[in-house]
Write a protein that binds this ligand. Structure first.
Ligand code: HPA
Length: 274
């Protein structure tokens, strides 16, 4: 099911009524391990997804299901505490609904992060990876259906979904902080099962450095509506079949918690420069 322009506008109008003139500039969709950044906003206003017309609650473990609006590093930001994933049963239009609503509120920048599996055999778990590009071979596009030209064109260019200027900012931020930041290609898998070893070998052949179950739909929709996008992955585990052990959510969450501080330093530093 696609949403209409009036539905997006109703959601935006509701949020505007709660924000008393505050205008978010940067939308932050944070993956496992970085949710705590929302608690660090100044002058925070919290809005639960369930109160917003046409919004769906987020059901993933460790995801709260609310927006936190406020200031971080001097920027007016909206943090999604709890993102929607396709594997939860949402359509890709639902997964990306918030991006368009925030665009209507004036946000023109997206920072999106995730926990991901490491496909690149030269790297190890704990690596931070700047997303240079992505591969999404399964499922339809979140832009499928009637195009809403208020957001963007029917056939949007996808040659620079992750804004080159923001990649440059992230590289410099990491170097300034002494944080190692790899760069690579993120491949989207719908989950919720982790990939098979054969899927990971295929992903590697195709040019992927990391795999995960989020980010790509949001990035496509953000770029379509003219937002600039910065994407960073935390590679919490070696992808399936690389090590002789099964993957588990505990491993992912543990690694995400461990890297959280470094990850947040990097994201905050990038934020100052956007
Ligand atoms: N695969 C998919 N998603 C993930 C992984 C993985 O190995 N690790 C964290 N999120």
């Amino acid at each position: 099911m696609s949403f209409s322009m009036s539905q997006y506008r109703e959601s935006a109008d509701y949020l505007r009524s709660r924000l008393c003139g505050f205008q978010p500039e940067v939308l932050m969709i944070l993956g496992s391990g970085l949710g705590f950044l929302a608690d660090e906003l100044k002058d925070a206003v919290t809005v639960s997804y369930v109160d917003i017309p046409h919004f769906k609650p987020s059901t993933a473990p460790g995801h709260k299901g609310q927006f936190v609006f406020g200031r971080l590093e001097g920027k007016a930001v909206a943090v999604m505490q709890g993102r929607m994933h396709f594997y939860e049963g949402y359509s890709l239009e639902e997964v990306t609904y918030a991006v368009r609503v925030l665009r209507l509120l004036g946000a023109d920048k997206l920072i999106v992060t995730n926990a991901a599996g490491c496909v690149n055999l030269e790297w190890s778990a704990g690596t931070l990876m700047l997303i240079r590009d992505h591969i999404k071979l399964c499922l339809a596009s979140p832009l499928r259906g009637e195009n809403l030209p208020e957001f963007g064109p029917r056939f949007p260019d996808a040659s620079a979904i992750y804004t080159p200027e923001y990649q440059h900012i992230a590289r410099i931020a990491a170097a300034d902080l002494g944080i190692s930041l790899k760069e690579g290609v993120y491949m989207f898998f719908p989950g919720p099962q982790y990939e098979t070893p054969a899927e990971i070998r295929a992903a590697r052949v195709l040019g992927a450095d990391a795999v995960g179950m989020s980010t790509v739909p949001e990035a496509i929709v953000a770029r379509h509506c003219g937002m600039k996008v910065l994407g960073i992955s935390l590679l919490t585990n070696m992808a399936a079949g690389i090590l002789s052990q099964p993957l588990s959510e505990e491993e992912v969450l543990e690694a995400a918690a461990k890297a959280g501080r470094q990850f947040s330093l990097l994201v905050r530093k990038c934020l100052t420069e956007l």
